[in-house]
Design a protein around this ligand. Structure first.
Ligand code: S3P
Length: 431
């Protein structure tokens, strides 16, 4: 599917984003290892989160779809069954890294692999600390890459004291999940300032998890209780429509959206770029705040994003490049070298996207700078299977007269299966 995205009438209106991908992964995994049944309302039920569900099913966890979500029969923290076949995390880094934390030291043989993108992404960052805890894990190139193989017979996991060298919520979460089964309290320090969904959910389930001297201290537990929870809308998915409204739009009101501050960095930068944004917190479930976001477009100006801000907007950086093309002045992002090891080398892909539209962008090892506004021409962008590049290119189409064609747009289903429907409902055109 190679649709062309345009928005001659602008983008705006009222909308509810799809369920949060990060929160769904965690809710499915924690429900799977709890000791009584759980109900998860409005989980994301496609793409990456389905990879998590299928892996858990292969480990003996039973899921039953209901009218408003899914019921999960948890098997307990040590209750996984040895799977008959290798598990496939497909395109999902969150599935592979978080599940590794649950599989470490389980005493069963599990092989975990993924698609062509995932088997090239760094896994040593979870394998190394999990081995330090006593888990027996092998993997390609000495465990630096998948396939990973979890080997039985390692005995109980030891507590860990570990400083994270990269700000990765996936690595932090993997260690927190493994620490639940350790023989004593663990400490996770270093770069812990990434999205905090795992911390919030574990605390909501009664786990003792404190922040002490810029580190997390987590106690092991005998079991986790089942739970009832609602998954809020995904602010990272909503960000695509926010950006479309900002490059060419009208007022946009978003309801039922997650507003966890560790995920709202993009909205903060959009404010600095001149957007007027109101965020109202209205409810909370699974320890996560949810509410409404009102976006009032205004003339955009360039902004500088510092390295410390990057973890809170890591998935929205392609959108900052798009906004930079339409903003007055320079937009610069530094300290984002993690983008090189996402579903694609996203910095290279951002540069290619801009080039395909006749724009100019200076690329650095750890970021980019773009001077705007630029005169763009209609073009064809090939995101090479990266969902966020595909949707960022579609958003650029909202501001380019004549539109932008995106080759292989199907890859967007990994996080946002109904993007085209929502883009059209808010005034965009897709041909
Ligand atoms: C995620 C964490 C981020 C993010 C990814 C989802 C998560 O990755 O890019 O889309 O759910 O924990 P890193 O933790 O590797 O930065």
């Amino acid at each position: 599917m190679d649709p062309t995205f345009r928005a001659p009438r602008g983008v705006g209106g009222t909308y509810v984003p799809p369920p949060d991908k990060s929160i769904t992964h965690r809710a499915l995994m924690l429900a799977a290892v709890s000791s009584s049944p759980s109900r998860i309302r409005r989980p994301l039920s496609t793409g990456d989160c389905n990879s998590t569900r299928r892996c858990l099913e292969s480990l003996g966890v039973r899921f039953t779809d209901t009218a408003d979500g899914v019921e999960v029969q948890g098997v307990g923290l040590r209750g996984f069954a040895e799977p008959l076949r290798p598990l496939d995390a497909e395109n999902s880094g969150t599935t592979m890294r978080l599940l590794s934390g649950l599989l470490a030291g389980q005493g069963i043989l599990v092989v975990l692999s993924g698609d062509d993108s995932l088997v090239r992404r760094p896994m040593g960052r979870v394998v190394e600390p999990l081995r330090e805890m006593g888990a027996h894990i092998e993997g390609r190139e000495s465990g630096r890459f998948a396939p990973l193989c979890f080997i039985p017979g390692a005995g109980d996991l030891r507590p860990i004291s570990w400083d994270l060298p990269v700000a990765s919520a996936q690595v932090k979460s993997s260690l927190l999940l493994a620490a639940l089964r350790a023989t004593g309290a663990s400490r996770i320090g270093g770069k812990i300032g990434s999205r905090d969904h795992t911390e919030r959910m574990l605390r909501a389930l009664g786990v003792r998890l404190d922040r002490q001297d810029s580190s997390l201290r987590v106690d092991p537990v005998k079991s986790l209780p089942g739970f009832d929870g609602d998954v809020p809308g995904d602010v990272s998915s909503a960000a695509f429509l926010v950006a479309a409204a900002l490059v060419n739009g009208r007022k946009l009101t978003i309801h039922g959206c997650g507003v966890n501050p560790t995920r709202c960095g993009f909205l903060e930068v959009a404010r600095r770029m001149g957007a007027s944004l109101d965020i109202a917190e209205e409810s909370s479930s699974l320890g996560e705040p949810a509410g409404s976001i009102m976006v009032h477009p205004a003339a955009l100006r360039g902004a500088t994003v510092a390295a410390v801000e990057v973890p809170e907007l890591i998935d929205e950086i392609p959108l900052l490049a798009v906004l930079g093309l339409f903003a007055h002045g320079r937009t610069e992002v530094r300290g984002a070298s993690e983008l090189r090891v996402k579903e694609s080398d996203r910095l290279t892909m951002i540069a290619r996207m801009v080039e395909c539209l006749g724009g100019k962008l200076e690329i650095f090892e750890d970021g980019f700078a773009v001077d705007g506004p630029q005169e763009l021409r209609p073009g064809v962008v090939d995101p090479q299977g990266d969902h966020r590049i595909a949707m960022a290119a579609a958003v650029a189409g909202a501001g380019v007269p004549g539109g932008v064609k995106v080759a292989g747009f199907d890859c967007s289903r990994v996080s946002y299966p109904d993007f085209i429907r929502d883009f059209i409902a808010l005034g965009g055109e897709v041909a």
